[in-house]
Each structure stands twice: as C-alpha cells, then as structure tokens.
Design a protein around this ligand. Sequence first.
Ligand code: DX5
Ligand code: ZN
Length: 225
Amino acid sequence: MAYCGAMTKVSASILSADFSRLGAEMKMLEASGSDWAHVDVMDGMFVPNITIGPSVIKAIRKCTSIPFDVHLMIQRPERYVTDFIKAGADYLTVHPEAEGDPLGAMGKISDAGAKAGISINPETDMKVLDKYLDKADLVLIMTVHPGFGGQSFIPSGVEKIRYVRKWADEHNPKLEISVDGGINRSTGAECVRAGATVLAAGSALFGLADMSPEIRMWQGFGPDP
Ligand code: DX5
Ligand code: ZN
C-alpha cells in the first residue's frame, strides 16, 4: 500500500483524562509518546453531552507542543472553527450530519492554515463522505455513537476505513484516516490492518497506570500487506 512504512499514530482522547488536573495529564500523555491529543468538543445539541470550548484548549495549549486533533461534535461548526484555531487546534474535524455548513467550515479551516477533517457517525452511509474527501487532510471514522467515552466498538466502521483507504491510495496517500470509539489493542490492530493511520482512544489508555508501553505497541501496528 502507498503508505507502507509509516508508523501508526496514537491520539489519546482527553475525554477520559482527569479534568481536575488537565495540565498534568497533557504533559503525561506527551511524555508517554502519544503522537496527538484528541480533544472532544460537544455542544449538547449535536450530541447529548457538553464538554469543553476554546478557552480550555487555549489553556492546555501551553502545557504541550503535540498536535491537537479537535473533534467538533457541534451544530453549525462554521461559527466556531476560527476560535478553535486561534486557541491552538491543529486538526479540526467537523461532522457532515451537523446542521449548518460543514463543507464551508472545512474551507475556513484550510484557509486559516490548519488541517481540515471530516468525521462520520456509525449510522451514516459512507457515500456521504464523497463530497468532502478532496477537501480533507483527515477523515475520522466513528466506531461508537458520539457523545460519551467507554462504549463498545461498532464493527461496521471497518468497511468505511477500507473505503476511505482505497480512495486515499488513488487520490491522496497522505490523507490521515483516524478511527475513534471503543479502540483497544485488538480493535485498533484490526482498524490499522484495514487502513487506518491514527488510533484515537480514551478509556483504553487512561485506564492504565502507564500508557506508554500500550502506545508503543499500537504505534507498531501495520496495514495488511
Ligand atoms: C466519543 C468521542 C471519543 C471518545 C472515545 O464521542 O468522540 O473520542 O473519547 O472514548 P473511548 O476510547 O473510551 O471509546
Ligand atoms: Zn472523538
């Protein structure tokens, strides 16, 4: 495959971090070798949960230099992408299922010099991705229903990974393909075999006393030859 040789990236999802000591948690995940930090932004409208906004991202940006992979589970993302980029987001993914103008939001993200991503829910047909793929630096495939950590992996995401991998091999081998939800060493290895390049995971990493050996193991996963 075109991307052979690249190591799998790990994006530790801070939704499972101890929010009372978030600065220390950011330093810990960087020291543990996480390639990116996955930051879940929820508005209580697109999903039934509310998490964090730009001011928290601005605060934790001072604690670490690793890229922030900001997953916007919000309606009308075009209203907020500029604020999140100013706060320190590097990758920003929006949902096609969101109200408003997700495609326009991706244009704003790219125009601002950040990396644009599209994130798709488990029940959404993968064909919906078609009109976003050539605008994307990152595709994030959800393998749980967005809103909460600690849910079980929904296997239908694997077919979506293969679909996007095929498109990327033909059109943009640098496209990052991330998978998010219920990722552990076994589901993570399966997703990388199907073509994922980034594993986003919360509970499987933050539940460990030391996440570094687990991260190293996942980084060694490779695609099917
Ligand atoms: C869920 C979030 C995920 C969440 C994953 O809506 O998008 O990023 O943190 O958590 P785990 O790894 O526990 O499934
Ligand atoms: Zn997420």
